[in-house]
Ligand binder design. Structure first.
Ligand SMILES: C[S@@+](CC[C@H](N)C(=O)[O-])C[C@H]1O[C@@H](n2cnc3c(N)ncnc32)[C@H](O)[C@@H]1O
Length: 268
């Protein structure tokens, strides 16, 4: 289910996203009876699925990755790279794997769809995730859907649980940024057309740029110190959900509700 789109990918392109997933979802993956992670729309070469397996296994050694691609030729080309814990399957948003995966990662996939299609695709993919388990405190699986540049210096992704959208994460190689709003060009489909006055994501990026400008004196200690300082400022007015340990990596995560587009219903 879905449409074949351009297959652009690159080795190491999704390292920032992989690293965040290993941190955010490590516990769920370690505790799951069937720790299955899906790399949906891995593209013309299987690099991102191979790397996802390696990075997730360092957090959860039993994890298995299924690469899913809607273009059959790309599945055939990936098959020689199958190995212990990694298989490739032909399919789309129906997610052709048995059971309920703990992770569905869709990177640079929805960017080529219409904005109107996003809510329906999110709903379908969230319904496939491993459910929450209140008895053990488990929050269920995650859908991580977002966009980055060709070599993975600038990323923005939304993380959704079985119940719907939870957070938005901005991640960058800080030396590549002139200002935080440089990340606007990598907003996921649900937000990229909303970077206009009157929308929350526009106000957020404006405030982030102001916090960055106010933190300019810290630039002499390096871009990382300046970013940490700017996020600290930002957290006074915006619901930042993470802390200095993540900011140090050039990340910041904010609650979805604070950035959600006006006048559009999403699952949850
Ligand atoms: C731009 S590539 C992204 C590759 C890789 N995820 C990355 O970020 O480097 C997008 C891929 O998603 C695939 N795709 C698009 N819609 C899909 C769907 N509904 N299900 C599975 N794959 C899909 C396209 O065929 C294409 O190969």
């Amino acid at each position: 289910m879905g449409t074949v789109t351009r297959g652009t990918t690159n080795p190491n392109r999704l390292r920032r996203m992989d690293r965040w997933i290993a941190h955010a979802l490590g516990r769920e993956l370690r505790c799951a009876a069937e720790p299955v992670a899906v790399d949906l729309g891995y593209g013309a070469a299987p690099w991102t699925a191979v790397e996802l397996l390696g990075r997730l296994r360092s957090a959860a050694p039993r994890v298995r990755v299924v690469g899913v691609e809607i273009e059959p030729g790309r599945v055939a080309a990936a098959r020689p790279y199958e190995r212990d814990g990694l298989v490739f399957r032909h399919g789309g948003f129906e997610v052709p794997v048995a059971g309920r995966p703990v992770l569905v990662r869709a990177a640079n996939v929805l960017r080529q769809y219409d904005e109107d299609e996003v809510a329906g695709v999110w709903e379908r993919l969230c319904a496939r995730l491993a459910p929450a388990d209140p008895a053990s405190g488990g929050r269920g699986g995650l859908l991580v859907e977002g966009t980055c540049d060709e070599i993975g210096r600038r990323h923005v992704w939304v993380a959704l649980g079985p119940e719907g959208p939870r957070t938005v994460t901005f991640a960058a190689r800080l030396g590549s940024l002139e200002r935080p709003s440089d990340l606007a060009e990598r907003l996921p489909k649900a937000l990229i057309h909303r970077n206009v006055p009157g929308e929350a994501v526009h106000a957020f990026l404006r405030d982030f740029d102001q916090a960055w400008a106010a933190s300019a004196p810290y630039a002499s200690y390096g871009a990382r110190q300046r970013w940490i300082r700017a996020v600290r400022h930002l957290a006074a007015d915006w619901p930042v959900t993470d802390g200095p340990g993540r900011w140090r990596q050039g990340e910041v995560t904010v609650r979805w509700e604070a950035l959600a587009p006006r006048g559009r219903a999403f699952p949850g």
